[in-house]
Design a protein. Structure first.
Length: 531
């Protein structure tokens, strides 16, 4: 395939991933998801930025430079408009610390860092367990949290949860549920029902459409809150349900659907507030109360609703999206002074089955369903993988991979972990996986102009198979990895590297090939190829 040396390839790859370890919080690393008169297609660099920043990982210098250039160009184009964008402001990070991490990455794979070696020993970038500051909002939430919101130390560092591949597995009695053997069972699609929640009908089910925005940058679903319909981004990487509300300044609500608490049975929670700031500078803040939430027929009468009274420009411009519904575990909810349960945690005991399923499609409407598993949506049987809930995510071991042929797996990083994240557009995978994959792609390179890995658009991309819980090799279609056109002949990769010590983040590109069931009865993930 390529004739360039491994050292050159690794140096370029790792110059891209010189990031600091921190907790995650996210809304999604998805691309700029807003109607924009200058928008001509997917924005790969911006999608990558949101992926890194959602989880509060400092940007590599090449990506910083690419985004600064892009923002400058956009600002010039918008100079005659009333609201020109502010230039991109990356986290401050010294050149020395970036080089120190590059040395770590190269040495960690047994490749010397040349003249950089040894310069920054003892001054690495903080990729030590427990040093990450993760906002517990959208994976927690999307990034750093200067407002002092709920933090979760080291939440994205795989080392802090260890390689806990048995959490949720058959050896854990609390996770056996109705699936014999926990995560390793392929032939049972009916998880155990843990019980019935007081105050709600039993045997509930509900289904809503998951409608893709242009170029599948995110999927939006209708939700009724107090009888009022809003369109939300369902995010399995965070645990907050917040919405555009009538408390917002009318100047920022144009074309958004608003939830008006005065038109329903809303009950305010005295003293409860939220203030979420994501890594890309976006955010929302406001008050909290409870109301009836109905998702396609699955209903909870007293769900915590976070009413935005302030939102950032990024959310204002994303006119298809009226807020987020977090579907990770409630431990990373950001409401203060008391964390609130997610919609799924509240209703799962009253569902016909304690599950929800994501059926996301490429360029077409899919669905989210609660309380049921529609066997017509996937091929064969579901394979169940154990989930490690330590950090509040749908997290699993991911220690191997294959390119084109699932029957020929290669070893990834020992102890590798990843999360299933519907609120993220791209896949961020172990650098070892990324390097091996793009070695099979003619013309692939780290493109410093855009801050990510690119390749010729006419290249036939191989399929990638990713390990889920050591029981399932999830296929990612090569066509989906051809993510965004950079220019007439160059395309941006939908798979990019994550730094050592960080969790892999398997976003919507991953979900386009899989039907995925989230089982809250025994904390497992069920997967199969789409029908």
């Amino acid at each position: 395939m390529h004739t360039q040396s491994l050292l050159v390839f690794l140096c370029t790859i790792f110059s891209l991933v010189s990031l600091s370890t921190a907790d995650i919080q996210k809304r999604s690393f998805s691309i700029k998801r807003v109607p924009n008169p200058n928008y001509t297609g997917r924005n790969g660099p911006r999608a990558l930025v949101k992926t890194y920043r959602k989880f509060n990982m400092a940007l590599p210098q090449g990506l910083q430079d690419a985004m600064a250039a892009q923002e400058k160009k956009e600002a010039v184009a918008a100079a005659t408009k009333r609201n020109a964008k502010l230039p991109f402001r990356p986290n401050s990070r010294s050149e020395a610390s970036r080089r120190g991490l590059l040395d770590d990455l190269l040495n960690g794979l047994g490749v010397g860092g040349g003249k950089q070696n040894g310069k920054q020993n003892g001054k690495k970038n903080g990729n030590k367990a427990g040093q990450g500051n993760q906002n517990a909002g959208k994976a927690g939430q999307r990034g750093n949290n200067p407002a002092g919101n709920q933090t979760q130390q080291g939440a994205l560092q795989a080392g802090e949860g260890g390689n806990q591949t048995t959490v949720g597995g058959g050896s854990n009695s609390s996770n056996n549920g109705g699936i014999t053997g926990g995560g390793a069972n392929k032939n049972n699609t009916r998880p155990a029902n843990p019980g019935v929640a007081a105050g709600n009908s039993t045997k509930q089910v509900g289904t809503v459409a998951a409608n893709p925005e242009k170029n599948d940058v995110e999927y939006i679903s209708p939700v009724q809150i107090g009888g009022q319909t809003v369109n939300l981004d369902f995010d399995t990487g965070s645990s907050d349900l917040w919405v555009f509300s009538s408390k917002l300044d009318p100047a920022v609500t144009a074309n958004h659907r608003l939830y008006d608490p005065t038109k329903s049975s809303f009950k305010a929670m005295d003293g409860a507030k939220f203030n979420i700031t994501y890594g890309d500078g976006s955010g929302a803040s406001g008050t909290v109360g409870t109301d009836v939430v109905d998702v396609g027929g699955a209903k909870f009468d007293a769900q915590a609703i976070q009413l935005a009274s302030k939102v950032s420009e990024q959310f204002v411009k994303d006119q298809n999206n009226d807020g987020l519904m977090g579907l990770a575990f409630s431990k990373i909810n950001t409401v203060k002074p008391q964390k609130q349960k997610t919609f799924f945690d509240n209703i799962k005991a009253s569902l016909a089955e304690p599950v929800f399923a994501a059926d996301l499609k490429k360029g077409a409407a899919g669905s989210y369903s609660f309380g049921m598993i529609d066997k017509t949506k996937f091929k064969g049987d579901l394979t169940w993988a154990p989930v490690n809930t330590t950090k509040g995510f749908w997290q699993f071991s991911s220690e191997k991979f294959a390119v084109n042929d699932a029957a020929k797996p290669e070893a990834g990083t020992s102890g590798g972990q990843a999360i299933a994240d519907t609120g993220t557009t791209l896949i961020l995978a172990d650098a070892k996986i990324v390097e091996a994959y793009y070695k099979q792609v003619e013309g692939a390179k780290v493109n410093q102009e855009v801050g990510g890995i690119t390749f010729p658009c006419n290249t036939k991309m191989p399929d990638l198979f990713l390990d889920v819980g050591n029981v399932y090799m999830a296929k990612v279609s090569g066509a989906d990895i051809n993510f965004a056109q950079v220019d007439a002949t160059t395309c941006f990769g939908g798979v990019q590297p994550t730094p050592p010590g960080q969790l892999g983040i398997y976003g919507d590109i991953f979900f386009k090939s899989q039907f995925v069931v989230f089982n809250g009865g025994n904390n497992t993930l069920g997967m199969a190829l789409h029908a």
